[in-house]
Design a protein around this ligand. Structure first.
Ligand SMILES: Cc1cc2nc3c(=O)[nH]c(=O)nc-3n(C[C@H](O)[C@H](O)[C@H](O)COP(=O)(O)OP(=O)(O)OC[C@H]3O[C@@H](n4cnc5c(N)ncnc54)[C@H](O)[C@@H]3O)c2cc1C
Ligand code: SF4
Length: 331
């Protein structure tokens, strides 16, 4: 690990000032991702700004009837918060499907959004990687690409975003609250993360000198009809190969609105709103869920070792929707 300086900030403006003033500075929250990357020298900030003492650690009602999740609330405290469990169980289930209890006790909501890909080559400094070192090439495209993306890839990078929490936040149409030198702004969740394009080193649209202060959940929580389905190599403590966050608003058997977001398949949580619209006004049935799933995987592109993800995604969408609609999956 290289040498770095450290400063503990006590309010947002102090934290922003520290990052703006110091060269190669980074915020540190739970440290569960950043410290790992520093230890293996994949990231080497010269200055760390500890934000854990900022007053961004509450969960509060919003005026519009939703919830505001502070950026520094831990993943565990968010998942077990009574209002999250009651009104946004999809989010609670997604968070609890990730990492381990110890990690969730340390990991924060802001850090979860900004965690780095789990592409093996990104962590292996002996191999080329455009995300780690722009312009060096992508080792995964012709390498071992079992965990990689099937949607929205580019010739420069086929990595996936590893978060479970973010898949639920995409389905819930959360909004990210941000502060920076120019003031405050709000980023719709769909615009927060980026596809790799020709700049895979940029994971999100957050500027380097901006801080996440909160994540807003709109009033609609899909609390009666939801599922977070995570397929992975081990039953626990493993990242998703394919995950699905599904929420349905039902009137009897009829679907008023459907939300479907996939994880483990793209550089950002993956939504296809045209496929969601196919379900609007339909009676919940396996046949219609299959049609939506077919529409979602239509544009998928597999690589040598991850072709299986296309069929896995198709079947996972159907199963998640069956569960969300409370239809016996064996029918
Ligand atoms: C072994 C292991 C298994 C895991 N399994 C899963 C899993 O199955 N599913 C899953 O979803 N996650 C998993 N994780 C990832 C874990 O959820 C993340 O590491 C964690 O959420 C990151 O939060 P943090 O507060 O520790 O972030 P940090 O490590 O402190 O920071 C991560 C990044 O975010 C930046 N940052 C942090 N907070 C802010 C803020 N408020 N504003 C601006 N920038 C900020 C930091 O500068 C840094 O770049 C796993 C992690 C490990 C180590
Ligand atoms: S997929 Fe992306 S992160 Fe992985 S080696 Fe290629 S450029 Fe690097």
């Amino acid at each position: 690990m290289r040498k770095f300086s450290y400063h503990r900030a006590h309010d947002v403006s102090e934290a922003l000032g520290e990052v703006a003033e110091q060269e190669e500075a980074k915020f540190i929250a739970g440290g569960t991702n950043l410290l790992d990357l520093m230890k293996i020298d994949v990231m080497h900030p010269r200055h760390l700004v500890d934000i854990t003492r900022l007053a961004l650690n509450t969960i509060e009602d919003t005026e519009e009837g939703g919830l505001r999740l502070g950026a520094l609330v831990t993943n565990a405290d968010t998942a077990y918060h009574p209002e999250v469990e009651k009104r946004y169980p999809l989010l609670s289930h997604a968070i609890l499907a990730g990492a381990s209890p110890q990690l969730r006790n340390k990991a924060t909501n802001g850090g979860n959004l900004l965690q780095c890909t789990r592409c093996y080559y990104f962590y292996d400094k002996a191999t080329p990687c455009n995300k780690r070192e722009p312009g060096t090439g992508c080792s995964a495209i012709n390498g071992f690409n079992r965990i990689h993306a099937i949607f929205g890839t580019s010739e420069h990078c086929i990595a996936t975003h590893p978060s479970d929490m973010c898949v639920a936040l995409a389905a819930l149409e959360a909004r990210v609250q941000v502060s920076g030198p120019q003031g405050e702004r709000e980023i719709p969740f769909a615009d927060f993360h980026r596809l790799p394009g020709d700049q895979p080193q940029k994971d999100s649209n957050l500027a380097k000198d901006e801080i996440i202060t909160a994540i807003d959940l709109p009033p609609k929580g899909f609390a009666n009809n939801f599922t977070y389905l995570k397929n992975r190599d081990r039953a626990s403590y493993a990242f998703a190969l394919v995950s699905v966050a599904a929420g349905l608003e039902m009137d009897g058997d009829t679907i008023q609105e459907a939300r479907i977001a996939l994880g483990g398949v793209a550089h950002k949580p993956w939504r296809n709103q045209e496929a969601e619209a196919l379900l609007q006004g339909k009676r919940a049935s396996r046949a219609d869920f299959q049609q939506a799933a077919d529409a979602i995987v239509q544009g998928a592109k597999g690589y040598k070792y991850n072709e299986f993800k296309i069929e896995l995604a198709r079947r996972s969408v159907v199963r998640a929707l069956m569960q969300a609609a409370h239809i016996d999956d064996s029918l």
